[in-house]
Design a protein around this ligand. Structure first.
Ligand code: KG4
Ligand code: ZN
Length: 349
């Protein structure tokens, strides 16, 4: 049974994980995640700081993941690493370390696309979160709606025209005076907000849209963000006042309604019985609940990862790496890091 070490350093989490298995669900023997809190004071990730913290953390993080998995480096069958997309300087730390380790132990190196990792995350804990399914990938940097006929075969149905869903949460959090990253703070505040006080615009969401229209599956969040900004400015000094909870609620409801409607459209159009959520915004319980509420009518089940596996982690990288390893795919030792490349196996609708 192959045993894979996964390494993830694409943004501000330094993570390593050891998994083994051949099919879902695989056994996660260890998962270590070091979340860099050095960025909070800046209100966003500072690339230079991220690279430096990865550099000082990568060795102890990998060593701890191996120790927790009671695994010696020589017992690994492959080293899987995120090579794209992300901050190049951050990615390079993981890629360089993975190359050196793979070379030293004489085992193959497997290159993993970060977003493919997010697609595999939910399968780590839900045996049924496997293809065929409709996937909604919502992270800080990406928002994609995919039809997944099988692992490795990804049909891109829709994407954001501007901000990613997580980015919208983070920007609204900032407007409301909440810490970075703001998604979970907005969710907590929204839970106490009045859903009827603010109704923000739902761009790209109209009942007259039909399959084949260019905006049938696409989403857009910059308009909602601007509407929130104007509301905050009109309210004057919203920080600390009750109105923040109502604004958070109005914002979250607008984002969730848009994401749920588009995802349900995709599941219906492709006749899928499963909907899999991935990426940091998949931590949002109101999103998963609203998705379940709408999916019932289709007879579709909704799978969301637990927060530890929804946000950036190396177990998902190891799992995606296992898939490519079993297909005989190997990366050369001149593997590079890339800020942006399409998911392997991605095709247009
Ligand atoms: O996937 P991820 O860890 O990193 C990227 O690959 O971008 O996602 C991070 C994003 C952040 O924008 C964060 O605010 C958002 O996920 N997020 C949430 C929640 N928890 C994290 N957004 C909404 N509700 C949450 N509970
Ligand atoms: Zn991510």
């Amino acid at each position: 049974m192959p045993r894979i070490l996964g390494i993830e350093t694409s943004c501000d989490e330094t993570s390593a994980s050891v998994i083994d298995g051949v099919a879902d669900p695989v056994a996660v023997r260890s998962l270590v995640i070091l979340s860099q809190d050095a960025h909070a004071v800046f209100g966003g990730v500072v690339p230079e700081i991220a690279s430096r913290v990865h550099l000082t953390s990568i060795v102890p993080v990998v060593e701890r993941a191996l120790a927790q998995a009671a695994t010696a480096p020589a017992e690994l069958d492959a080293v899987a690493v995120t090579y794209a997309p992300g901050l190049v300087g951050a990615l390079l730390v993981g890629v360089s370390y993975a190359k050196a380790l793979a070379f030293t132990i004489g085992r193959p190196l497997v290159a993993v696309h970060h977003l493919e990792g997010h697609l595999f995350a939910t399968a780590l804990e839900h045996a049924d979160a496997v293809p065929p399914f409709t996937a909604l990938l919502v992270s800080g940097g990406h928002t994609m709606l995919l039809d997944v006929a099988e692992w490795g075969d990804y049909r891109l149905l829709g994407r954001t025209r501007d901000d990613a869903a997580g980015e919208a949460f983070d920007k609204v959090a900032k407007l409301l005076g909440l810490p970075y990253p703001g998604g979970r703070h907005v969710e907590r505040l929204a839970a106490t907000g009045d859903p009827t006080r603010f109704r923000f615009t739902r761009p790209m969401l109209r009942s007259t849209q039909r399959l084949g229209d260019p905006d049938y599956f696409d989403v857009s969040f910059s308009g909602i963000k601007t509407a929130v900004l104007q509301t905050v400015e009109r309210a004057q000094a919203p920080a600390g006042s009750d109105i923040r909870a109502d604004i958070a609620r109005g914002f979250q409801d607008a984002v969730i309604e848009t994401l749920v409607e588009k995802t349900v459209r995709a599941a219906a159009a492709y006749g899928r019985q499963r909907i899999v959520l991935g990426g940091g915004v998949a931590c949002n319980r109101a999103l998963a609940e609203a998705m379940r509420g709408r999916a019932v009518a289709l007879g579709a089940a909704v799978y969301a990862p637990s927060p530890r596996l929804a946000t950036d982690n190396a177990a998902m990288v190891a799992r995606a790496g296992l898939f490519h390893f079993l297909r005989g795919e190997r990366a050369d030792l001149d593997l590079d890091a890339y800020a942006s490349v399409p998911i392997p196996g991605l095709r247009a609708a």
